[in-house]
Design a protein around this ligand. Structure first.
Ligand code: ATP
Ligand code: MG
Length: 384
């Protein structure tokens, strides 16, 4: 049988809370990989072991596992009994099946089970000698083509040769839940990924002006959702028709202040969705000074519309840095497709950069948004 051995980094530091984080990680792995690919997921001594079935497809598993935040690395492994003879037998069998012929190799042993009869260096030497005898590969501890890892645990010895890097961070949902305002742009998907990597589970809220504009932004939000869902399988996408609200704002609010009111209405709607999903925070892709609506006074006046905290993980990042992340997570190519975002509709030529809260609150009294917001929520479309 084959196994996946998973090692985590940051959770290892979590002291008495470690069990909580490990359980989250186990549950996230189970949700991320195909149901028919594993029979059980256990956590013996500081690692997670996934027992694979015959149906498991390693290529698919690799892709899915790379999206599980909290993993430092994982490995496809074989297992032997906790017995040196069996470890030797299974190691030679494992090496018979590898797809390339190394010139040099080393053995690296870690021993989680300290009661095992031999020390790690002794095991490495003995198994190394057997490999050398059988295949005639040269031992080179520094400059090797193949590193054969042995992990000795109470439940047996695991054998593997490739460590696949995970993205680290914390398991999704170990830090609570939020709602991301997901536009079709570059920034908001990256903001969501950053927060998921800090353990936040997310739902996604997209505002569109269809049918006043084409449905391109909806299509982009759906495609981005497909990627984001890989990291948070329980997240939902809420699609909100925003055109009626924008029309109302346009006819009531001075041009300069329109964007502030669009944003406040978006936050209010996202907050209602967050409340209904037991989420405790909102997340946006705003970055300080990136555009006129993202000045400090405007951010303050915008977030005053809601009670929930508004997290802005990109607030201190430059556009180039955000683009590097967008490319890494493969959202970039979708984000740069042309669309007509609802915010480009009826946009002021010179938006206010120093919004005044008192003025905003006074203007908002003239704006009966309540019913329009209710109707937008009643008519929203939800994708899972
Ligand atoms: P992005 O690249 O994320 O679209 P941006 O640089 O275009 O960001 P803005 O258009 O000012 O910046 O939007 C700021 C934030 O407001 C976005 O990051 C997003 O969180 C939210 N937002 C803007 N438009 C929408 C929308 N149509 N639907 C949902 N959220 C939105
Ligand atoms: Mg945008």
């Amino acid at each position: 049988m084959d196994y996946i051995i998973c090692h985590y980094s940051e959770i290892g530091l979590k002291g008495s809370n470690r069990g909580f984080f490990e359980k989250k990680l186990v549950s996230n792995i189970k949700k991320a990989i195909p149901e028919n690919s594993f029979s059980k997921v256990k956590r013996p001594s500081g690692r997670i072991v996934v027992s694979l079935t015959d149906e498991a497809d390693k290529k698919i598993l690799k892709k899915k596992m790379k999206k599980v935040f909290g993993l430092a690395y994982f490995c496809f492994a074989k297992k032997a009994k906790s017995d040196l003879k069996d470890i030797e037998r299974e190691t030679l069998k494992f090496l018979d099946e590898i797809s390339f012929e190394p010139n040099s190799f080393r053995v690296t042993t870690t021993r989680a089970d300290k009661s095992f009869k031999y020390t790690s260096p002794e095991i490495s030497r003995k198994i190394g000698a057997a490999i050398n005898k059988r295949f005639n590969w040269k031992v080179d501890l520094e400059d090797y083509d193949l590193n054969l890892f042995l992990e000795i645990t109470k439940k047996g010895a695991f054998i593997y040769s490739e460590k696949i890097r995970g993205d680290g961070g914390l398991p999704v949902s170990s830090s609570g839940k939020g709602a991301l305002l997901l536009s079709g742009g570059i920034d908001s998907p990256v903001a969501g990924l950053k927060m998921m990597k800090r353990g936040l589970a997310l739902d996604f809220v997209h505002f569109h002006a269809y049918p006043l504009v084409s449905n391109d932004s909806i299509k982009k939000a759906e495609d981005l959702f497909d990627i984001l869902k890989g990291y948070c399988p329980e997240g939902k996408l809420f699609l909100i028709a925003f055109a009626e609200i924008q029309k109302k704002i346009r006819t009531t609010i001075p041009e300069k202040y329109r964007i502030i009111f669009y944003r406040r209405a978006m936050l209010k709607i996202a907050e209602e969705i967050a409340d209904s999903r037991n989420a405790d925070t909102l997340v946006t892709g705003e970055s300080l000074g990136q555009v006129s609506s993202q000045t400090l006074p405007n951010m303050r006046v915008t977030e005053e519309a809601v009670d929930l905290p508004v997290l802005r993980p990109l607030v201190g990042e430059n556009k180039e840095e955000i683009i590097v992340s967008a490319k890494k997570y493969e959202t970039y190519e979708i984000s740069i497709l042309p669309d007509q975002d609802c915010c480009t509709l009826f946009n002021p030529r010179r938006p206010e950069t120093k919004a005044d809260l008192k003025k905003v609150l006074k203007l908002e009294k003239e704006l009966p948004l309540g019913e329009l917001i209710e109707s937008a929520i009643e008519n929203m479309r939800v994708l899972t």
